[in-house]
Design a protein around this ligand. Sequence first.
Ligand SMILES: Cc1ncc(COP(=O)(O)O)c(C=O)c1O
Length: 433
Amino acid sequence: MSKSAELKARKAAAVPGGVATKGIYVVKAENSELWDADGRRYIDFAAGIAVLNTGHRHPEVMAAVAKQAECFAHTCFHVAPYESYVRLAERLNSLAPGDFAKKTLFLSSGAEAVENAIKIARYYTKRSAVIAFSGGFHGRTLMTMALTGKVMPYKRGFGPFPAEVYHAQFPQPYRGITTEQSLADLDRLFHGDVDPKAVAAIVIEPVQGEGGFNVAPFEFLRALRRLCDEHGIVLIADEVQGGIARTGKMFSIEHAGVVPDLITVAKGLGGGFPLSGVTGRAAIMDAAHPGGLGGTYGGNPISIAAAHAVLDVIDSEGLCARAARVGQKMQSRLQSLAKEHPCIGDVRGLGAMVAFELVKNPATKEPDPELTTSILAHAEKRGLILLSCGTEANVVRLLAPLTIPDAVLEEGLNILSSALKDALGIESARAVA
Ligand SMILES: Cc1ncc(COP(=O)(O)O)c(C=O)c1O
């Protein structure tokens, strides 16, 4: 029995089945590659689900963490605060779009950031309703499950969910849902379900992650900004997956030139260490009473040290520009695969957040989740880690570290192309033993 098979059996016996995993038991990782318990090498196109924008174990991140560990590992910011937390807040306040005073609160997970953004918006507006979007994903806690617009695997069996959450259609040009239709859907909500004057917040991922890498049309984001201004609603951009240089800008909403009131970040910020945050207008962020926000681990000093190094590396290595180049390479390879293989119905993305959608028939656009699963399995056999997404589980997403060397990116794309052929039963010219 291989070590991986043995670990798989132990995991099945010791860990709840609800915690789904791949079968790759990692023992070592470096930049865009990792090695499993049986010594197999993998190219990582998952990056810990968009966390490792700066790659596995970036030397500067590791050095910052080691240095911080020499001083103190935890005090709880509420008990004994530290300068590095304040300085990271100052950095995010100046990086976030908007020419106004901002403040930042740190937490540990993406879901916690979204939960807190909603708490803050409710406190400030003294309203309770929240609008989110179909296909959106905001986490696995109760409120964020309610906000999430994707039933499987996130919502089934876990209700009832908190009340006063409404969903509107996210625009999806490939599926014929236009910006106008999505705006009409919001109008329907405002007339049929919830008074806009009772809405505390609209929360949107400018590029949906789990929902299938759907890029919100920029005019849609601008229209949301206008609606929020008209009705006194707080606009929250959930940048947990799309933020921190992933799309070629520090925050994905910057592509649209839209300034949200609050931004949630996590994943890429900590470079592999758990850290999330809410950044936004000082007047809104300051609404809640002392003690109403925070948590034992929020803004853990080790994670904060890692985040300072991550921001330094993004700057010194030009990772925003690099994200755009990595994304172009991915898109052009996928576009040429799409010309050869009609099962690829759509190729989309922003910066290095790139995906392709698999369909049984390009005319009917019937989703093909089986082919998607098969591509992932073949890629894994050939040494490439890929993730799926989409409400119909028929989208393959590419989330390589932004620091991936060109040769490794090329190798990964070659494996992807072979895995697609394997899954379609086509003899592959690049077949490996
Ligand atoms: C857009 C978005 N928001 C929130 C979350 C939840 O983050 P976490 O898993 O850290 O709680 C995720 C996680 O994938 C996400 O993609």
